[in-house]
Design a protein around this ligand. Structure first.
Ligand code: ADP
Ligand code: ZN
Ligand code: ZN
Length: 815
């Protein structure tokens, strides 16, 4: 009997591959374990076992595996089921799923190694200098890593040398799999087994001539009364001693030092309190939700900003944890995690696992193992969208906070999934309940709630019955005409800022563009510096004196004279956060102004630093982009200013109005959260715009009705499904022709439901042209059939020689 396994490889191919194993291996292996397998030319990959059987693949000869990497399954069958669903629904490969779901450190990568070819006689005189250096090094060691070549040759471009040696058959290249995850070890101390209580007085006596060592030992005893395990660092710290003292004690066989693995992320902070008692409105909402969950699997909690949605989530979380079950709490952005985790930590600390995009590879692996090991124990995972890929086993409840957020949808790379929708599917497989929360639900979710597909509970009162903020629209055109502007600030906004500062309160100002201004342009000839790789103007960053492309990161020094005509008469146009910050510093020189945007929050703790400072009131006015607009809870902010609302409304997107409503309501919601009614000033050239009017009176339901009418009329979700196809290539004509071909082929079957091809607003990015085709799937047309037809068509497309190299990016449910 021969044995085979099917494995999933972390490469974007459609099928699984079959390898041969022996009987013992087949008996040992389980679905979800990793094996290292050869694939392609001398490459080793970590792959996941997805099938074990006796069927020879026949069309190719199954290779043998290299080795088995796990003792227990690392990936669960429930996860494989989710990956299968997602790859079918979002039209991506299982390899894409594997790469997205598994922490990269678990997907060992091959490391290239040069090995001396013993069978070849080398004529040293034919070697170039670089080649000789490598050859010489190989006389002393049998193999060399690529990194070592870098050292030997003193340069980074070592691959050409390696390849020419390969050509001359002097070396062979091999790939070694290396386990990337390195557990963090901690040194602990304990008493040597020969030391019994009776011997102690004598030991201490003998140490009287070594006072430091005696100190260490005494502190060890003090600690051992309090703790199970004592780290060497702690003892030495208390005794103010060095490792030399410890080493002596070890030598004298009094203490023993041993190493043990610890988690990098410190989970130990146990909870210090229970959750808050719900207020009267929250109690009613909580009760209604409990009732709704009797018949619905998904419920929407539509609660205004600062109504205490988090408190209600906490009640449901506690119920599940009390049953020793698992809970997943999804958040749209890392900026939000800081405050929320602080809040959840005090209540659920011991059970909390955090998972977000700025975690290191090792931290992700630890989180994975912790979730895997938590079966039968309470577990609360808080994280951004990829947290839904963790190995849950007893998932009971999912919270999706700020469910309307677009960042739940992954754009790049594949899988281009929507975490909210995928989480609902995940919950279904566990029969778990899902609670969606938002002050401004997405149009689709609210439609599902209205139709009765989801339960709906509304919370219209802020905690402590504080009124919703008073929103004032300021007409910029009038203010400019009447000369009531100072820089980009209207008199009204300045008055309100002054009042807040006088009252020792804090202010948030929102401008949705980073940088100083959108462009630097020449007054004489009108020239605007452009990115060399993308079709966009460069953004002016005054602080760093740079012009930067926000699409590809390309940057040049700021212009002192026009590159086209040499004129020094340069101006800047378009307002960015840097400029708001600079103007404020001029207007309020005695106050601390700070900025929170992508440029000031780099690094793992970038957000946290600014948020903590603002909470500690070390900052009076905080200027920022949308990252500070959402979900954050600051007690002393009673004024929020929106510098310019118009940029948001003019976005070429069917969701622009919905998004403007959501964003402005969220920003406004940061004001007046703890004591008194807050104030919001929105500056705009279009104060009569319907959306701004609706924001100003907090009229979600009119906004929703308007949007539903528009979408019905123009056929957009939820009245149809959208698949966006983006064709991408370096060559403009090729991109165009390919897009025309594909659109025509699609029209043959889907007629008027095919739109485009059309260039997006920025058509060239990183020297690649993009062209979009939109396919609408009306109700009544089978989504599955449409997708399978589309896949066939794409296969035909791929086989057309003229279009080879043109990538087609498929985005299902594209926003
Ligand atoms: P939302 O998420 O709906 O915007 P939060 O959950 O952040 O609202 O609550 C707003 C503020 O009110 C927070 O500071 C929170 O601690 C406080 N809060 C809400 N409900 C309660 C409660 N029942 N007891 C004590 N504090 C509460
Ligand atoms: Zn010029
Ligand atoms: Zn660019």
């Amino acid at each position: 009997m021969t044995y085979f396994i099917d494995v999933l490889l972390p490469i974007p191919i459609k099928q699984t591959f079959t390898y041969q194993v022996n009987e013992a291996e087949a008996n040992f292996l389980q679905i979800g374990m990793r094996v290292s397998v050869p694939f392609g030319k001398r490459k080793l990959y970590a792959a996941i076992v997805v099938g074990i059987h006796n069927d020879d693949p026949e069309i190719y000869e199954a290779k043998e595996i290299d080795c088995i990497l796990d003792e227990h399954p690392l990936v669960l069958e429930s996860q494989l089921a989710l990956w299968n669903w997602m790859s079918a629904y979002y039209m991506c490969t299982l390899g894409d799923m594997l790469k997205a779901a598994l922490p990269s450190a678990l997907l060992l990568e091959g490391e290239t190694v040069l090995v001396k070819n013993k069978d070849v006689e080398v004529d040293v005189s034919t070697l170039k200098d670089d080649e000789f250096l490598v050859y010489e090094a190989l006389q002393f060691s049998s193999s060399l890593k690529i990194q070592e070549l870098v050292k030997i040759l003193g340069k980074k471009t070592v691959l050409p040398v390696a390849y020419s040696l390969l050509d001359k058959k002097i070396i062979t290249l091999e790939e070694y799999v290396v386990e990337k995850y390195t557990p963090k070890l901690q040194k602990w101390v304990k008493l040597h087994s020969s030391i019994t209580p009776e011997k102690l007085p004598q030991v201490l006596e003998e140490l009287s001539n070594a006072p430091k060592q005696r100190e260490v030992l005494l502190h060890y005893f003090t600690l051992s009364g309090k703790k199970e395990k004592i780290s060497s660092k702690e003892v030495l710290g208390l005794a103010k001693a060095t490792t030399a003292s410890l080493n002596s004690l070890v030598k004298k066989e009094i203490l023993v030092v041993f190493e043990e693995q610890i988690d990098r992320i410190n989970y130990a902070e146990n909870q210090t309190s229970t959750s808050n008692e719900l207020n009267e409105h929250q109690k009613i909402a909580y009760g209604s939700l409990q009732m709704a969950f009797e018949t619905k699997n998904v419920c929407l909690l539509h609660g205004v900003t600062s109504s205490g949605k988090t408190e209600i989530y906490s009640k449901f979380i506690k119920t599940s944890l009390d049953k020793n079950k698992q809970v997943l709490f999804l958040l749209p952005e890392i900026a939000l995690t800081t405050q929320l985790i602080e809040r959840l930590k005090v209540v659920f600390g011991a059970y909390l696992v955090v998972y977000h995009s700025r975690f290191s590879a090792n931290e992700r692996v630890e989180a994975w193992h912790r979730v895997l090991a938590s079966k039968g124990k309470p577990l609360l995972v808080v994280g951004v969208r990829s947290a839904l890929f963790l190995p849950f086993q007893e998932l009971d409840f999912i919270v999706i906070d700020e469910e309307h957020e677009q960042t739940y949808k992954q754009f790049d790379p594949a899988p281009r999934y929507h975490a909210r929708d995928a989480a609902i599917v995940l919950a279904h497989s566990f029969k778990a309940k899902v609670l969606l929360g938002s002050a401004t639900p997405s149009v689709e979710t609210y439609a599902n709630a209205q139709s009765g597909k989801y339960g709906l509970v509304t919370l219209i009162k802020r905690h402590k019955n504080i009124l919703m903020p008073d929103i004032e629209l300021v007409d910029l055109q009038k203010k400019y005409n009447k000369r009531l502007m100072k820089g980009h600030f209207s008199d009204r906004l300045l008055e309100e800022i002054q009042e807040s500062l006088d009252a020792k309160e804090q202010v948030i100002l929102f401008q949705n563009r980073r940088g100083f201004s959108s462009i630097q342009s020449c007054n004489t000839c009108g020239y605007v510096p452009q990115c060399t790789q993308c079709d966009v103007s460069l953004t002016y960053h005054k602080h760093t004196k740079k012009l930067r492309c926000h699409y590809c990161g390309y940057q040049i020094a700021e212009q002192l004279a026009c590159r086209a005509c040499g004129s020094t008469q340069l101006t800047t146009k378009g307002l960015g956060t840097e400029q708001v910050e600079e103007e404020l510093k001029g207007l309020f020189p005695k106050h601390v102004v700070s900025r929170m945007d992508q440029d000031t929050t780099r690094g793992k703790y970038g957000h946290q630093k600014i948020i903590t400072k603002f909470e500690a009131q070390e900052i009076d006015i905080l200027v920022g982009t949308q990252m500070l607009a959402k979900g954050l809870d600051f007690k002393r902010v009673n004024l929020v200013g929106v510098m310019n609302a118009d940029g948001l409304l003019n976005f070429p997107d069917y969701r622009a109005h919905e998004r403007t409503y959501q964003l402005l309501s969220q920003v406004a919601g940061r004001s007046g959260r703890s004591e008194k009614r807050g104030k919001v000033i929105i500056q705009s050239f279009n104060p009569l715009h319907q959306i701004l009017q609706q924001v100003s009176v907090n009229d979600y339901s009119s906004m929703w009705k308007d949007q539903m009418n528009e979408r019905k009329q123009y056929q957009y979700p939820p009245f149809c499904k959208l698949i966006k196809l983006t064709l991408r290539h370096r060559d403009f004509n090729k991109t165009n022709e390919a897009a025309d071909w594909l659109a025509k082929a699609l029209r043959n079957s889907f007629q008027k439901n095919v739109f485009g091809p059309e260039f997006p607003a920025v058509s060239r990015v990183r020297n690649q042209y993009n062209k979009n085709i939109l396919l609408k799937i009306p109700p009544g047309q089978s989504v599955a059939k449409t997708k399978s037809y589309l896949l066939k068509l794409l296969k035909t497309f791929e086989s057309i020689k003229n279009y080879s190299g043109v990538r087609v990016i498929v985005n299902v449910d594209a926003a």
